[in-house]
Design a protein around this ligand. Sequence first.
Ligand SMILES: [Zn+2]
Length: 680
Amino acid sequence: MFALAPARSVAAQQVPQQVAKRAIPGLDASAMDPTVRPGDDFYRYANGAWDRRTQIPPELGSFGSFNIAAKKADADVAEIVHRAATANAPAGTDIRKVADFYHAFLDTAAIATRGTAPIRPLLDSIAALGSKQDLARFIGAHLRADVDPINNGVLHTDNLFGLWVAQDFNHPGQNVASLLQGGVAMPDRTYYLDASPRMAQVRAQYRTHVARMLALAGVASADAKADAIVALETRIAEAHWKLEDSEDPSKGNNHWARADFTRNAPGFDWPAFFAAAQLSHEDSLVAWQPSAITGIAALVGSQPLASWAALLAYHAIEDHAAVLPPTLDREAFAFFGKTIGGAEAQDSRDRRAVAATSDALGFVVGKQYVERYFPPAAKANAQRMVAGLITAFEHRIDALSWMASSTKAEAKAKLQTLRVSIGYPDKWPSYAALVVVPRDAYGNADRVTRFTYARSIAELRKPVDHDMWVMTPQTVNAVNMPAMNALNFPAAILQPPFFDATRADAMNYGGIGAVIGHEISHSFDNLGAAFDSKGRMRNWWTPSDFAHFKASTHALALQYDSYHPLPDLAINGQQTLSENIADLAGITAAYDAFHASLGRRPAPEVGGLTGDQQLFLSFAQIWRTKFREPALRRQLLTNGHSPGPWRALTVRNLDAWYSAFGVRPGEKLYLGPGERVRIW
Ligand SMILES: [Zn+2]
């Protein structure tokens, strides 16, 4: 499809003059900066004026297209929750659970009146821990299903370990329990270990924050305990794996027999832990970060019980801050919301109550959401685009000159068995076992985490559920589950600026089409490429194909390593590699699918723009994001995704972008044909 020789160029300055004068129905022409040449900074060309005029709302650390789409979804969800809140539904029904959860969370006066009484029993049980065996039992009893390294990419928990129950990479028909590293409250080991002045400053603020939280909760010797907690967390962080390693399923897939934990990770009473966690019947578990699990276990053995008790108490208080008195809630926000997250003001209690309810009873709210706000036509539209994108991908695989036919056959088998689920799950999860108590915000929060844990543990005794959804329909996002070879496209992402049935197709291909292509291609990124069509972790590549794939992906990692969003911090090309491959393959497949959809007709011009210009501009506009410094730093350090503005620059690897905007050698984003990374 892409010729190496440059196609007919459009003079670069032609496009800006056009867009400066007229509207482009379906795109935000007023967002563009016509003084920037597309080839110098395509993000700013598409979004520069928006960037200058946009203020990040005080309750957020960053703001972009996902927030713009979420604005409508959040308003819809608020209406659903508010309606349930006044419906007076019979006790025990799902709608009544929504109402009771929301009211209890909202009622800060009642929360303030109860003070720290709700958390007292938990703090007392921590204070009563008399031995390292008690400690292991406590940690097991409070293990939560709160991580997910490869679907949602949740790698952080402040519990000492996190549990993930999912399809076994070695035996795809069954589920397995994975244990992940945890134990630190700040988002990643770098916050504890990075030597930069900025991080040293964050750490000083953190130490003060920990002491304040303890004091506000009435814990004695808060200052001395804060020192011990930060010191212990720092030791834990030293044992932790880096994010780029934790993200890699081939490094994480370590099956340990349950009995081997004691031998491989001495210092921790594993039998007591497994019994309390209801995991004693598992013959083997996955130790996702083996050396970290060994390191943490050794610290349990070597560090004083009193330090561990202080750490557990602090984490318990921090985790429950939202449902404890406002002084604690505000202090938690001051550090985690402001210093770490970059927000300036806390969101309203009502909006937080709606969000907490939508998290806790996600698929109850989600079912209402799709019934009210997701028309069948939207699903049909998305299904048509998915089919087009899959075909485009298939043609790309066929056309790859470097790939052997045996590798192609397995790649195509993966495409053919891909399970694509749009809008909402076919089967709705049951919330029958979840008890929601009126006026008990603290208890409700705890019951939800226990309910989620019980549901995960129950999955261990069942065959893999291929219809399972890992995102709620009201989430503005999409996900590929690489081992399951399955995609979820929640209803809430099928709206502007990603999708709008009334605008030109080119814009939808550059928007939701690129998102669909992104998710499909995760099955073929550096992680997806490790699983075969059955979900087994297996190298299905010929050695020379895999070497070619590695070389191309390495070139892409280097490209992103060269971007410096902050003066002292670059994008980590390895940490973001999977997402960057998916962006590149996604826009490439979307471009192909758009052209295939045209048949032999020319693309209609809109606002003086060609079809290709519309497609690439739409792509750049879905990545518009503004950051405050802490939020940008956190994303760079703790996230697998490159920040939005740099994702827009993916286009510099596509020949069609050069011809669409007349990009020439010497312009800042220009790459010679041989330097453009082509993976799929
Ligand atoms: Zn992705």
